[in-house]
Ligand binder design. Sequence first.
Ligand SMILES: Nc1ncnc2c1ncn2[C@@H]1O[C@H](COP(=O)(O)OP(=O)(O)O)[C@@H](O)[C@H]1O
Ligand SMILES: [Mg+2]
Length: 217
Amino acid sequence: MAYVIGMVSQKGGVGKSTLARMMAREFVTGGLSTKIADLDTQQQTCCNWAGRRAENGITPEIQVQSFASTKSALDEISRFDALILDGKPNASDQTLEIATAADLVVIPTGQTVDDLHPGVVLAHNLRKKGISPDKIAFAMFKTTGSERENSSARDYIAQAGYTVLEGEVSVSTAYGSASDQGKAITETSFKSLNDRASILAQSVIDRMVALQERQVA
Ligand SMILES: Nc1ncnc2c1ncn2[C@@H]1O[C@H](COP(=O)(O)OP(=O)(O)O)[C@@H](O)[C@H]1O
Ligand SMILES: [Mg+2]
């Protein structure tokens, strides 16, 4: 049975696909068989990225497949150790399907209220529809703020009743160009940037394991 992680957001362009690719790379490097289910049938961001990755000969290979429905993507659960669901750009009916299926739902957000507010509204809506707040986690992503601004963003999310993952990924052209080459954001040419992204990746893993242990207990 696979760990299932869902990437969702209210707004597009917040970093769902970038996060999905980073997590896939970290799982595969850690020895877990992994598939990204690309549910953004219009843009197929992860499928196209996997194509660039293969063209450029970057290892390890990451398996990505496009699925028209969440249901068909979930058939992969029995075949992999980790299944990452990368959703459509904006929130839709699919968002609840992803959140329902996932062991952990990650909502990427920048540090401004313009980003935080829609993220929290989405989390509240999922909660109203029966998703446990425990399995919702926010990831500070594409941040542009100072440490103080980022820390007040963390407080905003915590006060709304949700977990914020450790680590944050700031906006950087090096992250963008890594993606262009088919690399994950833990595979840039800069160790400091890779290390920073790794903290977030590890935090996703820690959170997932903690939730799993709680289920077993
Ligand atoms: N940390 C970052 N720094 C710079 N550009 C980034 C960063 N993270 C993502 N991007 C770019 O931002 C855009 C949107 O990211 P993406 O992951 O596709 O968002 P989503 O899947 O939520 O729509 C893409 O062009 C991506 O390459
Ligand atoms: Mg996307």
